[in-house]
Design a protein around this ligand. Structure first.
Ligand code: NAP
Ligand code: GCO
Length: 270
């Protein structure tokens, strides 16, 4: 291969992507990255208000050809309609990024089963619903890329996040299962497993204390991360382009952890 051909493997020119929850935080950064690599971007969020706000944020970044839709990813009928609309209004989907997610931090014995179910519904069942809706078209066209946004909590547990860790652990295995079932049809399904990333979702863990000092959890994460810092949404950009592009055509069922080394590290010695 020539140098140009090698670098062209990373291009997403002519591809269409759906990023669920691509309004801000990690989803927004991934959408920006796929757009920069040449893809046409679509995204969904929970409400028209979220979509409008996000469209303004994309425009502020100079991205005006993005399309946003209000769609609850846990609603199978709405998701099927969303995929149909995208395929009619934009183009058939080449890339799906299951990014939408929620967390509820509640000690397990205080957590209601409804709260547990809602987290699993959004973080695990919804990626199944959206992938199930996107796969038949991908199979018919002979190619497709699915990226599931997992977490280091796909591998580790911690206090107060029973629903989230159960869902993200399940999402890792759903990723492997989609690979197992559809790799033969040239579908690559991989996960990105962010470590602790500074977004709205983790803002409560970084709030300054009344005396101006850092939140104890913030200090804990800095100490637990060999890189010595929180990740940023931008840290997910390169990995997302890689997993969405032809450069990763033989990478399948893999979870690419983007965690500053957390999973490699036993913790600081005393
Ligand atoms: P975030 O800032 O809270 O953004 C979550 C996005 O998901 C929002 O756009 C939200 O839409 C959307 N969403 C939530 N429920 C939805 C639903 N039922 N239907 C459609 N959209 C829905 O989260 P983030 O921190 O960027 O995280 C993004 C993903 O990365 C999540 O899956 C999260 O679990 C995962 N993750 C995050 C971290 C981290 O440290 N931040 C680490 C590992 C993994 P609205 O704007 O309409 O609410
Ligand atoms: C928490 C955090 C995590 C992160 C992330 C870690 O309360 O422990 O919110 O769940 O969001 O998923 O990778």
């Amino acid at each position: 291969m020539t140098g140009t051909e090698i670098m062209n493997q990373f291009s997403l020119k002519g591809k269409t992507a759906l990023v669920t929850g691509g309004c801000y935080g990690i989803g927004f950064a991934i959408a920006q990255a796929l757009h920069a690599a040449g893809a046409q971007i679509t995204f969904c969020a929970t409400s028209d208000a979220s979509v409008e706000k996000a469209l303004a944020a994309y425009a502020a970044e100079g991205i005006t050809d993005v399309k946003g839709y209000a769609c609850d990813v846990t609603d199978e009928t709405a998701v099927r309609a969303l995929i149909d609309t995208i395929e009619k209004e934009t183009a058939p989907l080449d890339i799906l990024v299951n990014n939408a997610g929620i967390i509820k931090r509640i000690p397990m014995c205080d957590m209601s089963v409804e709260d547990f179910r809602r987290v699993v519904d959004v973080d695990l069942t919804a990626p199944f619903i959206v992938a199930k809706a996107a796969l038949p078209g991908m199979i018919a066209r002979g190619h497709g890329k699915i990226i599931n946004v997992c977490s280091i909590l796909s591998e580790l547990g911690r206090e107060t996040v029973a629903g989230y860790a159960a869902a993200k652990g399940g999402l890792k295995l759903l990723t492997q299962n989609i690979c197992s079932e559809f790799a033969g049809q040239n579908i690559q399904c991989n996960g990105i497993g962010p470590g602790y990333i500074a977004t709205q979702q983790t803002a409560p863990l970084r709030e300054l204390q009344p005396d101006g000092s850092r939140h104890p959890f913030d200090q804990f994460i800095i100490g637990r991360t060999p890189a010595g810092r929180w990740g940023t949404p931008e840290d997910l950009m390169g990995p997302a382009i890689f997993l969405a592009s032809d450069a990763s055509n033989f990478v399948n069922g893999h979870i690419l952890y983007v965690d500053g080394g957390v999973l490699a590290y036993i913790g600081k010695q005393p």
